[in-house]
Design a protein. Structure first.
Length: 590
């Protein structure tokens, strides 16, 4: 650790492995430094103490003994030098000896504690996640809509056939909504209507039937063997399969009859359904995390997750964690990561900021954000400066999504192709972790259920669809270019290093990102207007980008494969919504 001044010290370390790391900071008075300080003051005042030489020699000898406990050739040389210094001052103390001691201050500061029993200590824990927690690209799809045959629903084996498509798009996490048996009692029909009609498939989040609960695979999707094959085939392509942890039950879940105490009952004995007024979810029973059998419920949920971990799943998206106690997540995540330190948990909590941050502190590796509702330049700038430079940057790791099955954002409902491209480049260019819900994103589904709704018309949450992946209007090639740039450039693989650039047009937002060494630099420029051509001058400080003041630089746009010459100062940009209303520019390395 180094002394910053004013009784402040700082130090850095790079963990050697994933998992929970306990750090101990210990300190004791530096008797040698205090002796040298006071002896020097006495010498300068012409009033030396006759005991200073002997005391200094003893303290130096003890310091040499402490240094000898540290292995290394340089330390051994330092020990010999310190012992020689001790001998030189044992009979006579002078300014030259103290000056010599000053030269060894850095080495002496690195010695271990002399008296550990009397040291003041402070301990704290840090969760160290895998690289994929810091950088990932997610792709969500419904297995039942993955069939190449429009006349039958999809199965897990069809998702295996879809893996090459996901890999070509450049995604490394394939997220599946719940794959468990779907209850029939109070099943929801198309568009979240009640009651369901004949043939309605229901919501995957209504988990559990006589065929099984959270540990089972829905028979219409296949078998556990099919799922394990999917995980293995995905891994062969460098893709992690992420599962949804939705800790709730349909009325038909085995737990409802086997463990009625795990649910909250109304005065008439019935179980209240889940609701988020004015919305009601009659097909779902929430679990009571404060049940009298809290230990039984909590252990059951942990064991369910452990079984999926044993089947090769290491990434989980957690549904509505803010509706469960913080104490549960602190225990649950710490317990699982003790044996599975590479496991990653994404918090799906669109709620109050302090609650989202509290969940991150409880151990979640990634968190959904408000990006979906940030549309204007000032709002995007302010929000991402908060995410990347605010006080939560060291524990709140954002994962941004332009759309989800629950959210067809307003920005995508009216802007057409230009809006989808803009939101893609913003998400993938501003955040190291991002995802899209597809194939509806690349196929640009934009029809809401109603004029003021963020729900999709004909939502896949309640029905099966067939997607034409070869649709010539698809954004698949552009998505692949964006993800290719993310894989190729370290600057896009971290949240730090983000700097917004001045543009004299509020409809154009621009930013730069740099890697740790400052060598890899990527610039993003996006038009926020999906209707009209927008143009303006972007201010570029090449010196701040590590390219020297006043220099001309070559930038390559990975979106259109064009190359431009830019200079320090003002650079003209023109973005047309009829083409690609964005740039993702890679600076030529010096």
């Amino acid at each position: 650790m180094r002394h910053l001044g004013n009784d402040a010290f700082a130090g850095e370390l790079v963990p050697a492995a994933e998992g929970l790391l306990e750090i101990e900071v210990a300190a004791e008075p530096d008797e040698l430094a205090m002796w040298a300080r006071d002896a020097l003051r006495r010498l300068q005042a012409g009033r030396p103490d006759r005991f200073d030489p002997a005391l200094g020699a003893r303290l130096l000898s003890e310091a040499a003994d402490d240094l000898a406990r540290v292995a290394g050739v340089e330390v051994a040389e330092a020990c010999a030098a310190v012992r020689a210094l001790a001998e030189s001052i044992s009979s006579e103390l002078d300014m030259r000896a103290l000056a010599h001691l000053e030269g060894w201050s850095d080495v002496l500061a690195g010695r271990p504690l002399h008296d550990e029993a009397n040291a003041a200590t402070y301990r704290f824990r840090v969760a160290v996640g895998p690289e994929r927690a810091a950088f990932s690209s997610w792709y969500e799809l419904f297995p039942r809509s993955a069939s190449p045959d429009p006349h039958r629903p999809g199965r897990l084996l069809d998702v295996i056939d879809r893996l090459d498509y996901v890999a070509e798009l450049g995604f490394d996490v394939l997220y599946l909504p719940p794959i468990h048996p779907i209850g029939t009692t109070a099943r929801k029909g198309k568009g979240n209507t009640s009651p369901a009609g004949p043939g309605d498939v229901g919501s995957p989040w209504a988990i559990g039937t006589a065929a099984g609960g959270h540990e089972a695979v829905a028979p219409e999707l296949g078998t556990l063997a099919d799922f394990e094959l999917l995980v293995a085939e995905a891994a062969r392509r460098g893709i992690d399969v992420a599962l949804d942890l939705a800790f709730q039950c349909s009325p038909d879940h085995p737990w409802v009859s086997e463990h009625p105490e795990w649910f909250r009952h109304r005065p008439d004995g019935t179980i209240a359904c889940a609701e988020n007024p004015p919305k009601r979810y009659e097909d779902i029973y929430p679990l009571d995390f404060h049940t009298s059998d809290r230990e039984g419920l909590w252990l059951a949920l942990r064991d369910v997750t452990k079984r999926w971990l044993s089947r090769g799943v290491s990434v989980f998206r957690v549904d509505n964690p803010h509706t469960k106690p913080f104490a549960f997540w602190e225990w649950f995540l710490a317990d699982l990561k003790r044996d599975h330190p590479r496991a990653i948990f994404l918090s799906e909590a669109f709620t109050r900021p302090k609650v989202m941050h509290r969940l991150a502190k409880a151990g979640f590796d990634q968190s959904y954000t408000y990006f979906t509702w940030r549309y204007e330049k000032w709002d995007l700038t302010q929000y991402f400066e908060e995410l990347t430079a605010g006080p939560g940057r060291r524990y709140f790791r954002p994962n941004v999504w332009p759309n989800t099955p629950d959210i067809l954002a307003r920005s995508l409902q009216h802007g057409g192709r230009a809006s989808f491209i803009a939101r893609l480049v913003l998400a993938a260019g501003l955040s190291a972790n991002y995802g899209i819900y597809g194939p509806v994103f690349e196929l640009m589904w934009d029809e809401p259920a109603g004029p003021d709704s963020e729900e999709y018309l004909h939502s896949e949450k309640y029905e099966v669809h067939h997607h034409d992946l070869e649709d010539p209007r698809s954004l698949r090639d552009l998505v692949a270019r964006v993800n290719g740039a993310r894989r190729a450039h370290r600057a896009l693989q971290r949240d730090s290093g983000l700097c917004f650039l001045p543009v004299d047009n509020d409809q154009i937002i621009a930013w730069s990102k740099r890697d740790e060494a400052g060598e890899d630099v990527v610039i993003g420029v996006v038009s926020l207007d999906p209707t009209w051509v927008q143009a303006g001058f972007l201010e570029l400080d090449t010196a701040a980008l590590g390219r020297g003041p006043g220099t001309t630089i070559r930038v390559h746009d990975v979106l259109n494969d064009e190359t431009y010459l830019w200079q320090s100062g003002r650079n003209f940009v023109r973005l047309d919504p009829s083409g690609i209303p964005a740039h993702l520019l890679v600076l030529e390395r010096p």
